[in-house]
Design a protein around this ligand. Structure first.
Ligand SMILES: [Zn+2]
Length: 414
């Protein structure tokens, strides 16, 4: 029987090795898809998976999948994993902690001597973050059959290299993207261990979070056009000031999210003012809204208020607007039975846990469209993520592994 302290030591070794595969040494982990650092991580993980007794393959998206065969050739696979890419100057835990957890979960199961009926697929997904090509969830979207060759050619990095060309350069075959699609009949479930990336578990001193819903999300780009003019000689009643108009709408958005409640969050995190000069009335403002909630009607309620206000402000100021949808993802509901099994395992092992909403999206959010999913969160120190300051404790990850192994064994006995 593997002790939790041995698992803690192993995840420490893995994560300390993996954090070195970064394009920004000393300034957090930058492991973008299809780079040298991505290759180093793949090589390391392949080795670790093989050492854990898995047979490993790389799929067309660059996802590394290691299989442990089960005793029943007809049993559907239990998938477990997360992503190995990072944001720019991100942390050493986001995504990769879940990959390491998956490998060590299988190792713990094997060392317990249990022979599972189901095969287990340990997954290390690629390009979840979408930093370079603006779409993200490359591997998980391909697994649900939602990525086409045409899209791979369309999406380009800031230097103009398409996702398609990047995959080729990396030695992958983008034309085979269709072969990544899962047959849902052959998958029992997907389990993802991830850092919380929020403050709840750390602040409340709870060891593990069990996600029941991943927030649905809509993003829009709003472009408001008025008239650029001289800041001195244009009287206040003769302006069509795009900044004034944008501010009238934007300043109300956080209040609407609070009013709607239910964990709804709304963010205007990007603005571009044109001409962006201190002595010119702004002619145009482009901004985005990112709104999330466990219930899409809450997201829609905020967006409807915003549209009404845009219309009102147009009447008032003469500033026109255009409204473009960027992203729309329905809330992802985790399979209640899997969450129950995780909760049972936490109780038996003596770990404190709570059910929670995930505000951030994850590969499980994509996969739950086709296969039953569950997620375990470990605490993030002060809730910080996507930053070099991101920190989680190795022993918390070991607890998540302990619970994952117990949950998989329960599931296998059903
Ligand atoms: Zn992540």
């Amino acid at each position: 029987m593997t002790q939790v302290k041995d698992i803690t030591q192993r995840v420490k070794e893995h994560l300390e090795a993996l954090r070195e595969f970064t394009a920004t040494p000393g300034e957090g982990v930058t492991r973008l898809p299809f780079t040298n650092e991505a290759r180093q991580a793949i090589d390391y993980l392949r080795n670790a998976m093989e050492e854990a007794g898995l047979s490993v393959r790389l799929d067309a998206t660059g996802a590394l999948i290691g299989r442990l065969e089960g005793t029943d050739p007809d049993a559907p696979a239990i998938m477990i994993g997360s992503h190995y890419d990072t944001v720019r100057s991100g942390g050493a835990y986001d995504g990769i902690a879940g990959v390491v957890a998956a490998i060590e979960t299988v190792r713990a199961i094997r060392e317990s001597g249990a022979k599972l009926r189901h095969p287990i697929d340990v997954c290390a997904f690629n390009d979840e973050e979408g930093i370079m090509y603006g779409i993200g969830f490359l591997s998980s979207k391909a697994m649900i059959g939602a990525r086409t060759v045409r899209e791979l050619k369309e999406y380009k990095d800031p230097d103009g290299e398409s996702l398609y060309d990047a995959m080729k350069r990396f030695g992958l075959e983008p034309e085979d993207i269709g072969t990544c699609a899962l047959d849902p009949e052959k998958v029992r479930c997907f389990l993802e261990v991830h850092i919380e990336q929020g403050p709840v578990l750390h602040a409340k001193g709870i060891e593990l979070g069990l996600v029941d819903v991943i927030a649905g999300l809509r993003r829009y780009r709003i472009t408001m056009r008025g008239e650029a003019n001289h800041a001195g000689s244009t009287p206040m009643d003769m302006r069509h000031d795009a900044v004034e108009a944008a501010a009238k709408v934007i300043s109300l958005i956080p209040g609407w999210a609070r009013e709607v409640g239910g964990g709804t969050v709304a963010t205007v995190g990007y603005m571009r003012v044109s001409p962006n000069a201190l002595n010119t009335v702004a002619g145009e403002v482009e901004w985005t809204i990112d709104c999330r909630s466990s219930r899409m009607e809450n997201v829609n309620a905020v967006l409807i208020k915003m549209m009404q206000k845009l219309e009102e402000v147009k009447e008032e100021t003469g500033v026109e607007y255009v409204f473009e949808p960027l992203v729309s993802i329905e809330p992802g509901v985790m399979e209640p039975h899997l969450v129950d099994l995780l909760e049972e395992a936490c109780k038996e092992k003596g770990y404190s846990c709570r059910r929670m909403l995930s505000g951030a999206s994850h590969d499980a959010h994509i996969l739950c469209e086709k296969v039953p999913c569950a997620m375990i969160f470990i605490p993030s120190k002060d809730g910080v993520s996507h930053s070099p300051l991101e920190h989680s404790e190795y022993f918390d990850l070991a607890h998540a592994i302990d619970v994952s192994a117990a949950m998989i064994e329960k599931l296998d006995r059903e």
